[in-house]
Structures are given as structure tokens and as C-alpha cells.
Design a protein around this ligand. Structure first.
Ligand SMILES: [Zn+2]
Length: 122
């Protein structure tokens, strides 16, 4: 991948990272507020725990994406960005434009979704 293109992806990844970090912080603030708001009404309590559950699963997704973004930034630093971490194939630009943090080419992504991909550690 040429240096200018790589730099563009790096900037995009860093912007996304900041954006998600901001979202995670706001979600955590909101969660703490929900904690403080102790209500005696059982209906309120139920909706409160539902909200917390929802916020938690949301922030779990955000944290997963953050991890993938961090890993993508590491690959930028190592000069391995844009190559599938599983099979080493070059990932299509179109795919990187849509999901800049993706570690896999389309084929390997499909394998992973079917549970057929065994990720090598390290
Ligand atoms: Zn692959």
C-alpha cells in the first residue's frame, strides 16, 4: 500500500478511536448516574436495570471495536496493515474503506462468522 493511502487509514483509525473513546466515557457516566438514582418503584428499578444491561452490551461492542482499532494501528506501525492476519492476502481497498479496522479478508471473515476460523495467537 502506498504511504499516502496508509497515512489516510491511520488518521481515520485514530479519529474513530477518539470517537469511540468519547462514547465509552459518556456511557460509563450514564451508567454511574443510573446507579445513583435509587428508586423505590419496582417498575423504575426494572427499567433501570434494563438500561444498564443495554448500556453494558453497547460498551462491550465499543470495547471490542476499540481493541480491533488498536490492533489495526499496530499493524500500521509494523507495515502489515491491509493484509489479512489469517491468510496474508491483501484486503480489498473497498473493504478497508468500509471497515478500516478489519483484520481479515472477506473469505476469512466469512470463515470466522461460520466459526471455522482458528485464529493463530501471537
Ligand atoms: Zn484471509
Amino acid at each position: 500500500m502506498d504511504k499516502r493511502k496508509l497515512k489516510q487509514y491511520e488518521i481515520k483509525l485514530q479519529e474513530l478511536r477518539n470517537m469511540i473513546l468519547g462514547m465509552v466515557e459518556r456511557t460509563e457516566d450514564y451508567g454511574r448516574e443510573a446507579d445513583r438514582d435509587v428508586s423505590q418503584d419496582p417498575a423504575d428499578k426494572a427499567s433501570n436495570s434494563y438500561t444498564k444491561e443495554l448500556l453494558f452490551s453497547q460498551s462491550t461492542n465499543e470495547r471490542n471495536t476499540l481493541r480491533l482499532i488498536d490492533e489495526a494501528l499496530e499493524r500500521v506501525a509494523e507495515g502489515a496493515y491491509g493484509e489479512c492476519t489469517n491468510c496474508g492476502e491483501v484486503i480489498l481497498q473497498k473493504r478497508l474503506e468500509a471497515i478500516p479496522w478489519t483484520p481479515h479478508c472477506k473469505n476469512c471473515q466469512e470463515l470466522q462468522e461460520k466459526g471455522l476460523l482458528v485464529e493463530k495467537e501471537g
